[in-house]
Design a protein around this ligand. Structure first.
Ligand SMILES: [Zn+2]
Ligand SMILES: [Zn+2]
Length: 304
């Protein structure tokens, strides 16, 4: 994905009301019409009753007005409100970049973020993709919350490659597949799974090895530390637990590819396990790439 356009926040005053309400109506019109509820007068009134210029920021890209977002404290949470991007600034990754900046700004005592989305609007999917989960529902809106967890950081042995990530959880898993054993030179691998757009490479960049036709593994091209694993088509990826600055912050909750677990190296710890052939989607990926009679693993890849 290409980088989101650079943006800056600017102030909003009472004088901006007419312009911002026009933006709101333009952005929400389609979703409101879908609900059979498009009415400019009501949209204006609703904005009037919740518009807080002091807590609202203008979003500017290259000096151009790209949108606005409200952001203020609500008890121990931060409320995101009236987050609108003009149509020509949508689908560029700008929304995700603005959210990330807001998350970064939150004081550490903030426990969560809150936002409401109009039912059936595209913004539901947007917030869900960014770790918000449904907390309440009203007639027209769905209320979402996302925990405020500090970013996790990590990098390779030599320090050339560094990353920062904002997963909304602290759970990891072990992979015992032969490919991970070989890629890590170890008896198993440990990962945290998270969304690709929650990860930022902050120094250097990983070198990638295409470990199969549909996956790649990131490592430091200088010192060789294994850093990441991802399916090319997936929105999610893994980071290696050992590359984290604080691996103990993540708790292992399960095992994967237990058919190749090396038993004398890892006794049963009571966590649930899954075999590769129990993972339907993954089995399908292997079959699509290597044929329906494939036996997933190293040999299939080497045969090509
Ligand atoms: Zn390195
Ligand atoms: Zn594996």
């Amino acid at each position: 994905m290409s980088a989101a356009p650079a943006f800056e926040f600017g102030p909003v005053t009472e004088a901006d009301f007419a312009e911002l309400v026009a933006l709101r109506i333009d952005v929400m019109r389609e979703s409101l019409e879908r609900l059979g509820r498009f009415d400019p007068a009501t949209a204006t009134e609703r904005f009037r009753s919740t518009f807080r210029p002091a807590g609202t920021r203008r979003i500017r890209v290259g000096g151009e007005a790209a949108g606005c977002v409200g952001y203020w404290a609500e008890g121990d949470a931060m409320r995101i409100e009236h987050f609108y991007l003009a149509k020509q600034f949508q689908r560029l990754g700008l929304g995700a970049a603005v959210l990330r900046r807001l998350f970064d700004e939150a004081p550490s005592q903030v426990t969560r973020f809150r936002v409401a989305a109009l039912r059936e609007s595209d913004s539901n999917r947007f917030y869900e993709r960014h770790g918000f989960v449904k907390a309440a529902e009203s007639e027209w809106d769905i209320e979402y919350e996302r925990p405020n967890l500090p970013p996790i950081k990590g990098g390779c042995l030599c320090g050339a490659v560094r990353y920062e990530a904002r997963p909304t959880h602290r759970e990891g898993y072990y992979c015992h597949c032969r490919m991970c054993q070989l890629a890590f030179g170890n008896t198993r691998a440990a990962f945290i799974n998270l969304r690709k757009d929650e990860v930022r490479w902050t120094a250097g960049a990983p070198t990638f090895y295409a470990s199969s036709k549909f996956a790649r593994r990131g490592f430091c091209g200088h010192c060789g530390s294994p850093l990441s694993f991802e399916y090319l088509v997936s929105e999610r990826m893994d980071l290696s637990i050992g590359s984290l600055d604080d691996p103990a912050a993540i708790t292992p909750i399960s095992h994967f590819a237990v058919e190749s677990r090396i038993a004398n190296w890892h006794g049963d710890d009571g966590l649930p396990g899954q075999r590769i052939d129990e993972h339907v989607k993954l089995t399908e990926r292997w079959q699509e790439a290597y044929g329906s009679d494939v036996s997933p693993g190293v040999d299939a890849v080497r045969k090509g």
